[in-house]
Design a protein around this ligand. Structure first.
Ligand code: TZP
Length: 218
């Protein structure tokens, strides 16, 4: 299984004004091809039911589905991968459970964490917050675009810029070397989710063409 997407949508049902499944459908219609279900406060049975719905939906669009933290739920719904945070099971342990049948993503906030995730066997990481973002104010000062440049030199796995990403700054982070972009509010809190998604995909495709003619437009 390969990390074959440029845009990584992370869900937050509290930011959408409709059922989450309807919101994610609009994002998929707008061109999103990778979704991380991140609904940390849901009881496991509700999470499982929602994950099943998300699996069916993402399959319809040939999109990747990742489950935040819960390896058991990811396996139960046949997700494409699991996304781990600092309180999750360590990457090595998850790898022993899922082998190479699933992709493992890891949230990181600095270079040391990013390198550790890579050496432990992560397939990709998210990195940030890059910019100010209300949802992660408690994480402290944003790391800024420059941090992506050092990451580019130190890392061999794909890394996704996260935190305050919108269509207007996609060129900055991709230009600094990020493999792709990840976001919550730019899509989840948008008035028109489909349009916001396609605008982001357009921005990625545009800058990708400039950076590398052979990069995939997802
Ligand atoms: N980790 C680092 S920043 C962040 C997470 C989960 C939140 C990103 O949210 P947004 O709305 O895309 O800025």
């Amino acid at each position: 299984m390969t990390v074959d997407f440029k845009l990584y949508l992370i869900t937050d049902r509290k930011q959408v004004k409709m059922p989450l499944v309807a919101a994610v459908r609009l994002a998929l219609e707008g061109g999103v091809r990778a979704v991380q279900l991140r609904e940390k406060d849901l009881p496991v049975r509700e999470l499982l039911a929602l994950s099943q719905e998300m699996r069916a939906l993402t399959k319809e669009f040939g999109a990747r589905l990742f489950i935040n933290d819960r390896v058991d739920v990811a396996i139960a719904v046949n997700a494409d991968g699991v996304h781990l945070g600092h309180q999750s099971m360590p990457v090595e342990a998850v790898r022993r459970v899922v082998g190479n049948t699933m992709l493992i993503g890891v949230s990181t906030h600095d270079l040391a964490e990013a390198k550790a995730a890579e050496s432990e066997g992560a397939d990709f990481i998210t990195f940030g917050p890059i910019y100010d973002t209300p949802s992660k104010a408690k994480l402290g000062v944003p790391v800024g675009v420059k941090a992506l440049i050092s990451l580019k030199n130190e890392l061999n796995i794909p890394f996704y810029a996260l935190g305050g990403i919108k269509s207007g700054n996609v060129s900055q982070v991709l230009g600094a070397g990020a493999s792709g972009v990840a976001m919550i509010s730019a899509i989840m809190a948008a008035e028109d989710i489909k349009k916001a998604s396609s605008k982001l995909i357009e921005a990625i495709t545009f800058i990708d063409k400039i950076i590398c003619d052979t990069c995939s437009p997802r």
